[in-house]
Ligand binder design. Structure first.
Ligand code: ATP
Ligand code: MG
Length: 270
């Protein structure tokens, strides 16, 4: 099996964005994605996935909502209970939150594993270098040779001492097939995905419906808060979470938000 690669030439036009711009933060994140493309971290398909995420972020109101906070609490408890947690890192995640991933890895002891949908040796190394530059000391997934059962081609590659042996895997902006295969392999799978309709969200054990940029620091803080909690309390926090209920809450939240916005428009309120 050999990956076919072709170079994408990226011309970046830097236009200063004033802080006062109402969408300043979103535009900064877009810049990070474009820089990620130029650095070889992100593939063009990753930009499309990002656009889909932005759309869902618009629908939830670009804030971490109660359903995400509930999932963050259950995910934090699950991390503290896990024996071999692993943080899976793809190109979009490395472009947007390399530093935060390293912080989370340090806080949990979970290694970072490069896990790419569009995998090439060069891209593996580029993502690993970005993590190293952000302070990571242990990076798995470069030259991984084991396979996640039920997945075909390079998408199945994973590291024996990492994802293959893990009891908990955290993934963000991830493909639904891989989430499903990891669940079937008996792992607890925590997904960060803005789209409550995605197969990833549906197949995960815990779905944090939020932007990775907002969710990752909150997850780390929650882990710090729960660190001294008893095993019994952690088990309670983890088992009281119901993924289908969380997805239903997110969809209901979007529906009622849209109803409110549309009736405001129809009645002439802003
Ligand atoms: P599935 O295969 O699970 O049905 P999908 O086809 O939508 O989902 P991809 O195209 O692989 O999956 O895209 C990854 C997902 O990541 C999308 O659902 C998108 O909403 C989400 N996403 C993109 N950017 C972000 C972000 N910054 N934070 C959280 N989620 C994001
Ligand atoms: Mg998909």
């Amino acid at each position: 099996m050999k990956a076919e690669t072709s170079q994408v030439k990226v011309t970046i036009v830097k236009v200063p964005v004033p802080r006062s711009h109402p969408r300043f933060e979103l535009l900064m994140v877009r810049e990070q994605m474009v820089e990620g493309l130029a650095r070889g971290l992100v593939v063009p398909e990753g930009l499309i996935a990002h656009g889909r995420g932005e759309c869902f972020d618009y629908l939830i109101g670009e804030k971490t909502e109660f359903f995400a906070l509930k999932a963050i609490r259950a995910a934090a408890a699950s991390f503290l209970l896990a024996e071999k947690p692993v943080i899976s890192v793809n190109g979009n995640l490395a472009a947007l939150c390399a530093r935060e991933l390293v912080e989370l890895s340090k806080a949990t002891g979970a290694p970072l594993e490069v896990n790419l949908f569009y995998r090439s040796k060069l891209r593996e190394k580029t993502v690993a270098s970005a993590l190293k530059a952000a302070g990571a000391s242990r990076i798995l997934g470069v030259n991984a040779s084991k396979r996640i059962p039920r997945l075909k081609s390079f998408r199945s590659l994973a590291e024996a001492k990492g994802i293959i042996e893990a009891d908990l895997v955290l993934l963000g902006i991830e493909d639904g097939n891989r989430v499903e295969a990891l669940r079937k392999a008996g792992k607890k799978v925590v997904v960060i995905d803005l789209n409550p309709l995605s197969r990833s969200a549906f197949n995960a054990s815990i779905t944090i419906i939020d932007n990775v940029v907002r969710a990752l620091p909150k997850l780390r803080l929650e882990i710090e808060k729960l660190r001294s909690a008893s095993k019994q309390r952690l088990r309670r926090e983890a088992s009281s979470y119901d993924n289908r209920e969380a997805l239903a809450e997110a969809l209901n939240y979007i529906r009622s938000r849209l109803e409110r916005l549309s009736s405001n428009l129809a009645s002439g309120r802003s």
